[in-house]
Design a protein around this ligand. Structure first.
Ligand SMILES: Cc1cc2nc3c(=O)[nH]c(=O)nc-3n(C[C@H](O)[C@H](O)[C@H](O)COP(=O)(O)OP(=O)(O)OC[C@H]3O[C@@H](n4cnc5c(N)ncnc54)[C@H](O)[C@@H]3O)c2cc1C
Length: 572
């Protein structure tokens, strides 16, 4: 079934749901006029439909392989990446001084989501470069910027991000990779990194690895970590790739999905690298990259959900089975109530997750444009929700897509199962969703809940505004927001962080449920309270929003009863 880029949906959401007009009104993004943005989204959508979507299945069937130390990518991926680069989709929001388009991050978020929907494996490649570009823009020296940024933006080189080691996953501070000064301004990097996405390829002339390592005087833990750029080929004086660096791909992982994306074990043996940012300040620089990537990964989840939904809808419109209660009895399975429920659930959750991601992107753009502390706090608060809820939605929706297909969902030819396999990792990488939720109830509530309460105030004000025209939708949203406020207050009052952590995942999910309802309500208001969006909003608010109550009750249980179940009890 051919993928159809949901460009009209994005346009509606930018106008009526996340108030993108605010971004265009700033001086910083004054050139980002709506006509131009619409044209850009249409162009990107076409590339996703025509170029990337056809790569989805071949990337799964003929994944990347390592042959004699060289990574061979899936058929068509070189051409696909070439088209991504040619369209400027790697550097949509990057600094024009180095070849980027300088457009709002919201535009990048939309384009990234469409690329993920059409072929997640290849989309991960530009996503890696985008994160590296942002980290270098903010933290690298002018010399490094001049050499690396134009190449990464044009797609001549690809960026990677190297944090993980066998003993250092979520606990990045446990890393052992070393960096020794060479005495000429460069450093010798030695160590092993695992799970490195797009650790190598056969279509860019160079690969630029961002590597976290510890200097000889680096203290243990995250405070002693520094960031280095370590190229596969060391640039010569003209900046062109020169001699090969002392690094190699040891192996590629055999994975459950995402076969088109080579996931590498990398060995650095005294490889030459250059410091990015200050010594021992690597985590700050890496966080720049990771924040961008967290929203990007949330968008991967939403994108895959969209692809899986389109597949399931097409199947449900075609497959006949049993007498249907509507449509004269000989309709297709979409006319069965349970199938209709599944499709509506998928559609409603995609809308909710997409809204949260776009709202986060708008907050990032407003921070860039205004430097306003409240926008900054809003972006920081929404980032873990966008990541975790976006990817949870990708997993839930693609799983439901398998169910809609019945037995054919379990058969690989339909492609339904691939969405489910490919998207699973998005809840794991870029910080597991558990770690995201801990960030939400920990760092993101360190302001005493100020950023959260400001958001809740806005949701309630919007619900108040809708009371006159859509009371049956506005009231439940207002009430749910009050419950969420009480839960947030309870969490803020807990001195023992473990009491917060014990309920952090249900809290994040409950928060997302309420946010989703808010954006659905805005969509219903945006179409004047009648039409397809209003019906979907009603479905979400009456059937899915009530889940928030169970989730938030769970969030307030604290840790004690959890630890009352001992490891021995679990092993019983
Ligand atoms: C396909 C793929 C691609 C990847 N790409 C990259 C890449 O490009 N670059 C890179 O550097 N890494 C990459 N990773 C690594 C990824 O980021 C890690 O797998 C992830 O951070 C989790 O680390 P871990 O696997 O060691 O799991 P662990 O950290 O061992 O976690 C295991 C479980 O324990 C939980 N847990 C761990 N610590 C805590 C805690 N303090 N509190 C509560 N719960 C906790 C986790 O949430 C998880 O459920 C990739 C991984 C995969 C599978």
């Amino acid at each position: 079934m051919p993928f159809r880029a949901p460009v009209p949906e994005f346009k509606f959401m930018l106008d009526h749901v996340v108030d993108f007009a605010k971004v265009s009104e700033t001086d910083r993004f004054a050139e980002a006029e709506r006509d131009m943005i619409d044209a850009i989204l249409t162009e990107a959508g076409r590339m996703c439909e025509d170029v990337l979507a056809p790569l989805q299945r071949s990337g799964d069937l003929e994944g990347a392989v390592l042959e004699n130390g060289v990574v061979r990518t899936s058929p068509g991926f070189a051409e696909g990446f070439g088209k991504i680069a040619e369209g400027g989709w790697i550097s949509t929001s990057a600094d024009p001084a180095y070849g980027g388009m300088g457009l709002p991050h919201t535009v990048t978020t939309v384009v990234n989501e469409m690329m993920s929907a059409s072929c997640l494996s290849i989309q991960l490649a530009p996503l890696m470069s985008q994160g590296q570009i942002e980290a270098l823009e903010h933290h690298a020296s002018d010399e490094i910027k001049a050499v690396y940024l134009p190449k990464l933006m044009s797609g001549e080189w690809l960026g990677t991000m190297n944090l993980t080691e066998p003993q250092a996953g979520s606990d990045v501070g446990a890393l052992r990779t070393k960096a020794e000064p060479n005495g000429d301004g460069s450093y010798a990097i030695t160590g092993q990194k695992i799970y490195i996405s797009w650790g190598d390829n056969d279509f860019t002339e160079n690969v630029s690895h961002l590597v976290l390592a510890r200097l000889p005087d680096g203290v243990p833990g995250t405070k002693g970590i520094s960031l280095f750029v370590v190229p596969k080929f060391i640039p010569d004086e003209s900046g062109a790739p020169g001699v090969a660096n002392s690094l190699k791909v040891v192996s590629l992982e055999h994975k459950m999905g995402l076969h088109g994306s080579p996931t590498a074990v990398m060995q650095y043996d005294g490889a030459t690298g250059w410091l990015v940012g200050e010594p021992h300040d690597g985590m700050r620089a890496m966080f720049t990259m990771m924040n961008n990537a967290r929203l990007g990964v949330g968008g991967q989840g939403v994108g895959v959900a969209e692809g899986a939904f389109q597949h399931a809808l097409a199947y449900a419109l075609d497959r006949k089975q049993g007498r249907t209660p509507v449509g004269g009895g000989d309709g297709t399975i979409i006319d069965h109530a349970d199938v209709r429920r599944m499709l509506a659930t998928m559609k409603a959750d995609i809308f909710a997750a997409r809204s949260i991601a776009l709202a986060c992107a708008v907050a990032i753009d407003m921070t860039t444009a205004t430097k306003d502390a409240e926008w900054k706090a809003r972006a920081a608060f929404l980032t873990p929700i966008a990541k975790a809820f976006g990817t949870d939605t990708g997993i839930a929706v693609s799983e439901m897509g398998v169910q809609v297909h019945g037995g054919m969902g379990f058969i690989e030819e339909t492609g339904a199962a691939q969405y489910s396999r490919d998207v699973r990792v998005t809840a794991i990488y870029e910080g597991t969703n558990g770690i995201q939720a801990m960030d939400l109830v920990g760092r993101k509530l360190m302001d005493g809940g100020e950023a959260a309460y400001r958001l809740l105030d806005e949701i309630e004000a919007n619900a108040e505004a809708a009371r006159g025209t859509l009371p049956e939708l506005a009231e439940p949203v207002w009430e749910a927001t009050e419950t969420l406020r009480e839960t947030t207050e309870w969490l803020v009052a807990q001195g023992d962080m473990n009491d917060r952590f014990a309920g952090c995942v249900p809290f994040l999910k409950g928060f997302a449920r309420v946010l989703g309802a808010h954006y659905h309500l805005r969509a219903a208001m945006g179409e004047g309270g009648t039409g397809a969006r209003t019906k979907l909003a009603r479905f979400y608010i009456t059937r899915m929003l009530p889940e928030h109550a169970g989730l938030l009750a769970h969030a307030m249980r604290g840790a004690e009863d959890l630890y009352a179940i001992t490891a021995d009890d679990l092993a019983l």
